[in-house]
Design a protein around this ligand. Sequence first.
Ligand SMILES: Nc1ncnc2c1ncn2[C@@H]1O[C@H](COP(=O)(O)OP(=O)(O)OP(=O)(O)O)[C@@H](O)[C@H]1O
Ligand SMILES: [Mg+2]
Length: 233
Amino acid sequence: MEEYIKLIDVRKEFKLGENIIKAVNEIDLSMGKGDMLRITGRSGSGKSTLLNLMAGLEEATSGEIIIDGSHIEKMNERERIRYRRKNIGFIFQSYNLLPQYTALENVALPLILRGVDTKKREEMAKEIMEQVGIYSHASHKPNEMSGGQQQRVGIARALVTSPPIVFADEPTGNLDTKTSEEVMELLLKLFNKKRTTFILVSHDEETKDYIEKTIHLEDGEIINSKFSKGENH
Ligand SMILES: Nc1ncnc2c1ncn2[C@@H]1O[C@H](COP(=O)(O)OP(=O)(O)OP(=O)(O)O)[C@@H](O)[C@H]1O
Ligand SMILES: [Mg+2]
């Protein structure tokens, strides 16, 4: 199998006074391009920390994180930022939209960071918002939209740069069952089309209907893996 993402004995420790918290411990993982992975585990089991390590948002205490041939753990801060902007889309549970900006402005934000000019930004934001079914709300501010609508804006913002890898941390955590289903179906449709590699943190039992390949974390360690095609590890 082509290895697109590989983690070797990855650990993340936090020091709190005298105590050392092993937030992520001895994680080995590999994924091919276009694979999807679901991460489950109780609150505090290390799911977000693992995601943040893979996204280059936090530095590992030890271990190797190799993504598309690049060692994330060897990058300095600037290189990590560049890696993130180029490769990663992030979808959050609480949407994390900027309240003072319209939906379209929120979606276009990652393009500003990439130096895309205004006209092109609006075109690209419009295109992804149409695909995600939220362009009708382009001029709405976040507080003028429902949770499901805000999450569609969050998804459009994560995907506007066409990142090859998308991380989502409980993206349906604040949505009702029906809206959650719609959001998951939308994500999978978009990702299958583009062969996006997708890593989802979810407490939700229902999300396993969409992504069978699951790792379960306890105290920062993988204690249980279920793989549909037996292609991992
Ligand atoms: N910046 C930090 N400083 C100290 N400890 C931290 C820090 N970030 C996380 N931790 C600890 O690491 C462990 C894992 O936290 P993490 O946020 O990854 O859990 P989680 O599985 O995402 O939980 P939840 O489902 O509640 O979001 C917890 O014990 C947490 O208290
Ligand atoms: Mg978390």
